[in-house]
Design a protein around this ligand. Structure first.
Ligand code: NG6
Ligand code: CA
Length: 525
């Protein structure tokens, strides 16, 4: 850890090493002598820092998350490693920034894309498994399936996938809810598949005899969509990509959240007497947004607000389960999001019209896909009753740090080449230091990279070209906003919403940050 921090921050390295060493040794002994806590990471999809009641949302009520934050630590400077799902989740599970592996992980993967994490490499679940944990994932996956040599066969053994990279159990949907195939996959099998009605998937051409949203808008039961989201209609909602067959296996949008809750509880109950790690990928508030019946109209701010209330319910059910099983005190729960929010993302679901003044980014600039703060700053709450002192912390922390931080807490081993971008922030998490052990973070959007260092933020000139997923149009305003013609420098202490480009006033600061960004990019472990 110290070596990595030394590389990431050469100027402070020696002093930091000297200061940290005694602390680290004492703390290692502390952690090793206590029983291994269970670990739950709840990752929502496109939730903003302004979306929760305790963070300023009015209208949308989130009592369970408010309680979780009030009884735990809420990081105001928590980051997703990327502004889209695939690279962000890749970083969480590998402790490596996804952009270091450009070809495989940099983009938003299709539902038939191959697995982007090689089986056999060190991953967060594998590290925990070796430390004695039972590991599972429920919900959104979006890291690809299959070996890439042959097209993944959704009618046979769907692998390699989660089970080949460290999970003992998985109950996932392959990509996003707006991408086919619209099915659940449990371990290696599509759930509820009738072998006489095999699944076929294509992102290249329409292989289905079923109508698309473009052909039959009258069949859409919820809302219309842009062209990219107007391929095969599944459950009255048109999706990205074409799908044929698998009718008995198709998920119902109105049951996704309940399934996440049921499968998570089942996993926890079965493993209550052993240390477990459960990664829960909640689908909300990503598009297409469909609230389950009890949550329809509950937020007063339209369907996007309703599905955030639904997130809060799911969190409440998980927390209640921990209490009921008497394991809450021995369970760390981390709640965050894979990237920042966006309102319109392909479906005309009235998220913009029904907002009633709610601001999902809490005023931060930008949205999902970009490198402004609104794209990568995410809710970041850690709850560990009895161990973590309730507080609000302004220390920097990123999801990429989960690997090294949890390794320390769980008594796991981080092999020399593993998790190159992950810092052990266990002392920050546990409130054992007030020192900011992470002094910077990289923001990764579809246009490229930016650097936050302390209060400063540097965004080089970038072009929106990379990885927006099949069928997406780079000229779409959502993506075109990533075209930045002049480099930008902001001071977040005085200008948190990145309004005032002060690069002309501080050219040396900009040069320093540009050089640091380059050296982090060049860093090879
Ligand atoms: C984009 C989709 C968007 C969403 C995203 C992935 C457009 C036009 N299309 O290509 O709807 O599916 O991919 O989101 O924006 S993520 O959160 O999983 O990365
Ligand atoms: Ca996302």
């Amino acid at each position: 850890m110290i070596n990595k921090q030394m590389m990431l921050n050469p100027s402070k390295s020696c002093l930091a090493a000297l200061l940290l060493m005694p602390l680290t040794i004492v703390h290692a002994a502390d952690v090793a002598s206590s029983p291994k806590p269970n670990i739950i990471i709840i990752l929502t999809d496109d939730l903003g820092v302004g979306d929760l009641e305790h963070a300023g949302a009015t209208g949308i009520k989130t009592p369970n998350l408010d309680r979780m934050a009030a009884e735990g630590v809420r990081f105001t400077q928590g980051y997703a490693p990327s502004a889209t799902c695939t690279p962000s989740r890749y970083s969480l599970l590998t402790g490596e920034y996804a952009w270091r592996q450009k070809a495989k992980t940099n983009s938003i993967l299709d539902g038939d894309a191959p697995l982007c994490i090689e089986p056999g490499r060190d991953t967060l679940p594998e590290m925990l498994r070796k430390a004695g944990y039972q590991t599972g994932i429920v919900g959104k996956w979006h890291l690809g399936l299959g070996d890439g040599k042959n097209k993944v066969d959704f009618n046979g053994e769907v692998k390699p996938g989660p089970l080949e990279i460290g999970f003992d159990y998985s109950h996932i949907i392959p990509a996003t809810v707006d991408r086919v195939p619209s099915v659940w996959v449990e371990n290696h099998k599509v759930v509820g598949l009738d072998p006489t009605d095999p699944i076929e998937v294509s992102y290249l051409k329409n292989i289905s005899d079923e109508p698309t949203g473009l052909e039959r808008p009258d069949l859409l039961t919820h809302y219309g969509a842009d062209n990219q989201h107007s391929n095969t209609i599944i459950n009255g909602i048109s999706r990205i990509g074409f799908m044929k067959g698998g009718k008995s296996a198709r998920f119902k949008d109105e049951e996704l959240a309940s399934t996440v809750v049921a499968k998570s509880i089942e996993f926890i109950e079965k493993r209550k007497d052993m240390p477990f790690f459960l990664n829960i990928g909640m689908f909300e508030p990503h598009v297409p947004r469909v609230a389950e019946p009890p949550f329809v109209g509950k937020s007063g701010t339209g369907v996007r607000g309703d599905v955030i209330v639904q997130i809060d319910w799911q969190v409440g059910e998980i927390m209640k389960t921990l209490d009921r099983l008497g394991i809450a005190k021995n369970t760390i729960v981390i709640f965050s999001s894979d990237n920042g929010p966006i309102l319109f993302d392909g479906y005309y679901d009235r998220s913009v019209e029904d907002l009633k003044g709610h601001n999902p980014t809490g005023g931060l600039r930008g949205w999902k896909y970009l490198t402004y703060e609104g794209a990568c700053r995410v809710p970041f709450i850690v709850n560990w009753p009895g161990t973590i002192k309730p507080r609000v912390s302004d220390q920097l922390i990123s999801l990429v740090d989960c690997f090294s931080t949890l390794a320390k807490i769980a008594g796991g081993n981080v092999p020399a080449k593993a998790a190159p971008d992950s810092l052990d922030l266990s002392d920050v998490l546990l409130g054992k230091t007030l020192e900011n052990l992470r002094d910077h973070t990289i923001l990764h959007g579809i246009g490229g990279l930016a650097l936050r260092q302390g209060d400063w933020k540097y965004i080089p000139a970038t072009e929106a070209t990379a990885g927006i997923g099949s069928g997406a149009n780079a000229a779409d305003p959502r993506f075109a906003a990533a075209n930045i013609t002049e480099p930008l420098l902001f001071n977040l202490a005085t200008d948190p919403n990145e309004k005032d480009n002060i690069i002309a006033k501080f050219p040396e600061k900009a040069a320093e940050l540009a050089a640091r960004l380059q050296s982090i990019v060049a860093m090879a472990k």
